[in-house]
Design a protein around this ligand. Structure first.
Ligand SMILES: [Zn+2]
Length: 160
């Protein structure tokens, strides 16, 4: 995808995010928690922080701090119990791939609740990607809902 088109899309995705709009990020600036750089109007990973970058905390780190998730994934069923490590590895790989390209997409927390694996993510995109990846790899039933519009996603996957 051409760079400008990608940039436009990334801006559109975050423009309605309260964690994006309530701050006026200096350009360039760098997150003092994760090192992501806000530069040329987008968040990006850079090998070298541009000179003159001011310090800030990025929207992803703020969401992680506040546990303000944009998506939640529930995984359940007997298959999960027997393949938990494998599935957790897959989830970590999906996160790495997505975060490399979209720096604000992160996992907030992975926990176990009543035999379910519950994963919260900073934005809806990563939750959907995790659900789709698990479904693609292991079949089972995938259910995706947007209970509050496109900004929040609830993903459930089950295989007995
Ligand atoms: Zn950060």
């Amino acid at each position: 995808m051409p760079k400008n088109q990608r940039k436009d899309r990334l801006i559109k995705e975050y423009i309605h995010d309260p964690y994006f709009t309530k701050e006026k990020y200096n350009d360039p600036s760098v997150c003092e928690k994760c090192g992501v750089v806000f530069h040329d109007g987008i968040f990006q990973w850079m090998k070298e922080v541009p000179s003159g970058a001011t310090k800030m905390v990025c929207p992803a780190c703020r969401r992680i701090e506040d546990k303000y998730e944009g998506g939640i994934v529930y995984l359940e069923g007997e298959f999960l119990q027997n393949h938990k490590d494998e599935i957790l590895n897959l989830i970590k790989n999906v996160e790495e791939d997505e975060t490399a390209y979209r720096p604000l997409e992160r996992i907030i927390e992975i926990k176990e609740e009543d035999g379910k694996l519950v994963i919260t993510t900073t934005y809806e995109h990563l939750a959907r990607k995790i659900g789709e990846a698990v479904h693609k790899a292991y079949k089972g039933e995938l259910n995706i809902q947007y209970p509050e519009g496109w900004k929040y996603i609830r993903v459930s996957w089950k295989r007995d």
